[in-house]
Design a protein around this ligand. Structure first.
Ligand code: HGY
Ligand code: MN
Ligand code: MN
Length: 417
């Protein structure tokens, strides 16, 4: 913690109020948030975020993929800004905290510095990254991936959603296709606050997770082609695409279990082309998400899954396309920024532990192009990507206080009232 500001804390009620105020943009009856990237709801929360950042004295810039950068000036304009932030888009069955906490806590840090009359050496930048979730447009962490050079901007602008709408058209539609080249706004470091989206911190009654690693991610697009047939067809004559998918799901579960806890696998989408109660399904599209903290295990999982898919295809006489569409290597965060987070946490007196992130985050992409680390706080039952996602005000405030002091340590303090 910055020695000269030992008692500086964020305004917990203001942050908590913002989290609940923004939850109305896409709020669902069950108390969750459905705010798909580049949707009308996303536009509303982006407009809210822009207004709030400008009211806090920041200049807001938007890049060609819609990522928003709110800059608070520092004393030394030659220094690269210290970045903090996350994302404001959610899953279809999203909650109030995933992404939102890190983005609004970063804004709260700016407001706290303003209230305390603190000038930092380096400028500070709050970022809302476009399409972290990857639900409407693949891949996840899309804009931070392009910023880090993993994808070309043209490739990303051409990506389509299930209705054939491109990222470019969706950005235009909500007025957030910015003029700034992606990656042009360089940052000196980045810290992301996020709920853990897992059960460890809550189970161990720890307030803060000092995130040192992130899991690697494999995404696949699959298509199974069998034969539509009458539901009276005797079993031995069928080429049933849905039965084949059922075997694939169980094979993925078996393969992941065989390498637990260093592997997980999910089939989260399956669409029968022409569903009908009395027709044997002939055509199915599906997706798969596979994760491991170890790159070699990821490669082994890929080989085992492909072998299982091929075997199921030949046994059931169906054609199966199983295409890899994204491989994100495991992340090892920057030790200097990780220790800035750990020192801030210790100085603030919060219980904590080192932890690996199971979920992917924009910080995992940014770590390739700038020193980066993350801060976790617990969420109820470890539940996320669920409308019942929940966290406590005290934990959100604790995470924001660590973000405040880690960022100040990285940016340097010139003066305080
Ligand atoms: O998929 C992820 O890990 C993130 O929630 N987008
Ligand atoms: Mn997230
Ligand atoms: Mn998420």
């Amino acid at each position: 913690m910055t020695e000269r500001l030992p008692n500086l804390h964020i305004n917990s009620d203001r942050l908590w109020g913002d989290i609940h105020a923004t939850a109305k943009f896409g709020g669902t009856p069950k108390g969750g948030v459905r705010r798909l990237t580049l949707s009308d709801e996303d536009q509303k929360v982006r407009d809210w975020f822009r207004t709030a950042c400008e009211a806090a004295g920041c200049e807001v810039h938007v890049d060609a993929l819609g990522s928003m950068f709110a800059i608070r000036p520092g004393r030394d304009k030659t220094k690269l800004p210290v970045g903090m932030g996350s994302h404001l888009d959610t899953q279809p069955t999203g909650g109030k905290f995933d992404g939102v906490l890190g983005t609004l806590a970063a804004l709260e840090v700016i407001r706290t510095l303003n209230d305390a009359g603190i000038e930092t050496d380096a400028p500070i930048c709050v970022v809302n990254w476009t399409n972290e979730e990857g639900s409407r447009f693949a891949p996840a962490m899309m804009a931070s991936g392009a910023y880090a050079g993993d994808f070309t901007v043209d490739d990303i602008l051409s990506r389509k959603d299930a209705d054939g709408v491109t990222v470019a058209a969706a950005l235009e539609n909500i007025g957030y296709r910015g003029g700034e080249p992606v990656g042009a706004r360089r940052l000196g470091a980045f810290v992301e606050l996020h709920i853990e989206q897992g059960p460890i911190l809550e189970r161990e009654s720890k307030t803060i997770g000092v995130v040192e690693r992130g899991q690697g991610i494999l995404w696949y697009d699959g298509r199974i082609s069998g034969v539509e047939r009458h539901a009276s067809t005797p079993m031995q004559y069928r080429q049933d695409a849905l039965a084949a998918l059922a075997e694939i799901v169980l094979a993925a579960e078996r393969i992941a279990n065989s390498r637990a806890p260093n592997a997980v696998a999910t089939v989260g989408e399956a669409v029968i082309a022409a569903p009908s109660r009395n027709v044997v399904p002939g055509e199915i599209a599906f997706t798969m998400d596979v994760r491991s903290p170890d790159g070699a295990i990821m490669t082994a999982l890929d080989a085992e899954l492909r072998a299982a898919v091929a075997d199921i295809g030949s046994k059931r006489r169906v054609d199966i396309a199983f295409d890899s569409v994204w491989r994100k290597e495991p992340t090892i965060f920057d030790t200097k920024v990780v220790s800035a987070v750990e020192q801030a946490t210790t100085a603030l007196g919060y219980s904590h532990r080192r932890i690996t992130s199971g979920a992917g985050h924009d910080a995992c992409n940014l770590n390739a192009v700038m020193p980066t680390a993350m801060i976790f706080v617990p969420c109820k039952d470890g539940l996320s990507h669920n409308e019942l996602e929940d966290a406590t005000q005290d934990h959100c405030a604790a995470g924001a206080n660590v973000l405040l002091h880690a960022t100040l340590a990285l940016a340097g303090v010139t003066s305080a009232r």
